[in-house]
Design a protein around this ligand. Structure first.
Ligand SMILES: [Fe+2]
Length: 416
């Protein structure tokens, strides 16, 4: 039999004549024991011969990754190496359900970055799922041709309980384009069981392209956890830089599609702020095309209202995740503007803890005359300065531990 370089049989069907809609799909079922991102030969179309097999392989550029996991929904994202139509097969016992993304009368297709929301889920329930994708080989107005469907490995996730009295998470910051740091730091977490990972800014130096996002963030995270546990991508000042910074949000999902948001999980009201750039908007490097003062002011107005919402009143703790800390971070504009806008609100509403990064100097700063809440700052990005933060909370206490990359616990803080 004719085989490609991955020893996959080439389908003779690729040579058949096209119909009005040449759906040549047949499912290539790839078992869990096979590689994470299986691929199959993708046909090409020529005027002379119609469909032909080729050496090109179609498959996923990234394993699926979870965003915005709530009690009853989750967003599953992945990137294919060619334009395709993708869907999710899922269920509690089997993969009996199927969903895809719809808008404006279209099923999402002819794209490579796929975002599919599963909704109507039950709280505190484990679901199995897998991504299925079929490449679009030709998209002519009356001649649409698909390649074979690739079905990927089955993964699972568990929705949070609606009345859970506990929550735990891992917080990383200031990785700065060092993808190996994800495994170096998460390997220190051992049997610490976490519900989600918060990436607290500056995962990159600046944004260049999709490949950088895949190689330096999505792939290391999916290799470790992100297909089964969600992460929050909290923007730092470095994520606002570079030619691809304006495409950055496409690769994640955010509540209300804003970089600042809050949510309740366990006994914690989590508040995420986007602290923007660290220098004035007028700094020459920004080319007069940023307006982070205005963005922070918008967030301060939002925050004051958010902290008064009745839906969060029964939360035992209020924890803020923000990249630039409001103290212990020098006196550049970003720090000072965040201090001016957010610090009075933190004190007024009794924030229990602020967790940041940015300074590359880890430290635990207890309440003081300057701030009546603790400020936790994770380190990075060089060896012996990198840290991973573990946080767990229940109705009795909130415990935070900061571990340096050599395994030494360099900070702890508890709220009883
Ligand atoms: Fe930073």
């Amino acid at each position: 039999m004719n085989k490609d370089k991955n020893n996959q049989p080439r389908s003779k069907k690729f040579r058949s004549r096209r119909g009005f809609i040449g759906d040549l799909s047949k499912v290539a079922v790839i078992g869990a024991a096979l590689p994470l991102t299986p691929a199959i030969a993708m046909p090409t179309v020529s005027e002379e011969n119609g469909l032909e097999s080729s050496e090109n392989l179609f498959g996923l550029s990234t394993a699926p990754y979870l965003q915005n996991l709530t009690e009853n929904s989750v967003d599953i994202l992945c990137i294919t190496n060619a334009k395709a139509h993708s869907w999710i097969e899922y269920g509690k016992e089997n993969l009996e359900l199927k969903t895809e993304t719809y808008s404006d009368g279209f099923v999402q297709a002819n794209n490579s970055l796929h975002k599919i929301r599963l909704s109507g889920l039950q709280a505190n329930t484990t679901y199995k799922y897998r991504i299925a994708s079929r490449p679009i080989v030709q998209f002519e107005p009356y001649d649409l041709v698909f390649g074979e469907t690739v079905v990927n490995e089955v993964k699972s996730f568990t929705t949070p309980a609606s009345d859970s009295d506990s929550v735990s998470c891992v917080i990383l910051n200031d990785i700065h384009d060092r993808p190996y740091s994800f495994s170096d730091l998460l390997s220190l977490c051992g049997d610490f069981n976490y519900d989600f990972v918060a990436l607290n800014g500056d995962m990159f130096d600046y944004q260049t392209d999709e490949k950088q996002l895949i190689d330096h963030l999505i792939e290391p995270c999916t290799n470790l956890f992100a297909s089964e546990k969600p992460f929050l991508m909290i923007r730092g000042n470095h994520e606002t830089r570079g030619k691809y910074a304006r495409n950055f949000k496409d690769y994640f999902t955010y509540k209300d599609n804003e970089y600042y948001f809050s949510f309740k999980q366990g006994p914690v009201h989590w508040i995420v702020l986007d602290t923007g750039e660290d220098k004035e908007d007028s700094a020459p490097a920004y080319g007069e095309i940023v307006c982070f003062d205005q963005f922070r002011e918008t967030q301060a107005l939002w925050l004051e209202k958010e902290l008064q919402k009745s839906e969060f009143k029964d939360c035992r703790y209020r924890v803020v995740l923000m990249h630039i800390p409001v103290f212990h971070s020098g006196d550049w504009h970003g720090t000072m503007h965040c201090r001016k806008l957010f610090h009075p609100i933190f004190e007024k509403f009794g924030i229990d803890m602020v967790i940041s990064g940015h300074t590359h100097k880890y430290g635990i700063h207890p309440p003081s005359d300057e701030h009546n809440y603790p400020i936790i700052i994770g380190g990075g990005p060089k060896k012996n300065k990198r840290t991973v933060i573990q946080l767990k909370a229940n109705n009795q206490n909130l415990d935070l531990k900061m571990i340096r990359d050599d395994g030494l616990v360099v900070g702890e803080y508890s709220i009883d």
